[in-house]
Design a protein around this ligand. Sequence first.
Ligand SMILES: Nc1ncnc2c1ncn2[C@@H]1O[C@H](COP(=O)(O)OP(=O)(O)O)[C@@H](O)[C@H]1O
Ligand SMILES: [Mg+2]
Length: 291
Amino acid sequence: MKKIGIAVTDPSDWTAAALRNAIKHFGMEPVSFRLSRATSNIASGKMHADNIDLTSLDAVIVRDMGPATRGDAAFRFDLLCHLEELGIRVINPPESIAKAANKHASSFLFQKNGILTPRTVATSDPDEALSVLSSFGGAVVKPVFGYKGIGVERLKNDGSGARRLKELLDKDGMVYLQEFIPNPGRDIRVFVVDNKIAGSIYRIAPAGGWINNLSQGGFSKPCLLTEEQKSLGLKASEAIGTVYAGVDIIEGDRDYVIEINGTPSGKGIFEACGVDVTRDIAEYLCRSINR
Ligand SMILES: Nc1ncnc2c1ncn2[C@@H]1O[C@H](COP(=O)(O)OP(=O)(O)O)[C@@H](O)[C@H]1O
Ligand SMILES: [Mg+2]
């Protein structure tokens, strides 16, 4: 029986549990491990985590990379790349997880591939940052490696915005600034698996809010995509190279892709629509390793 590693932080998380069930459903054996417990022994070539010999796995699904500092993030990424070098299928491919996690890198790739995305500037230059704040008429600022809406702020084009910009530049050495897209108080999360649309939800911010992440109190509702929105989801996934992804779209004067998540949760779409994206992921994996 094929042994499929699942890299998790919390084994009881909905998506981790659903992935285990989906893997069993397709006749494979799930084995959960934490990248935060990984060891790589260079001389022996052994790699293990939570007493699991990672080199003995047939494939790995990365549910999440786990909270990390700069050093251990690089270690976890390298470890996944080394497993790939040994011929072990890793999904998402670590390169794509890295590109998706990095908002500057993904914005660049959206633009390069003709995917409509809000005007965005990343800069380490304080004068440049101020001039962008003014030209955008205020801005949304986001941590370049952020997730779950944490640290996403709206800055006004005034003294308070300028002071906050300076604080962020002093703290992080750079800022990622984006124009705010006026929208109907919701965004769209499109799930793409194996270059096909697996489902989609609206995410609606709590009253008075504008950050629609479910982990920030937003709730989900079923969503029917337009052809344009389907195409944006597919193109974004292809540009980043993900096997499965959650693509965030905001409906402004036009539809804009704001970001892509390479380790998305499947819980919101299951609760809103009964669509279990982990089935699509496990089915894809089963097909691709038995090929
Ligand atoms: N440019 C923008 N204009 C309007 N709302 C935005 C913009 N960027 C982000 N948001 C809101 O903030 C949320 C979080 O931003 P996002 O870029 O998806 O970061 P995260 O990785 O933290 O989810 C989005 O889901 C959306 O609701
Ligand atoms: Mg998001």
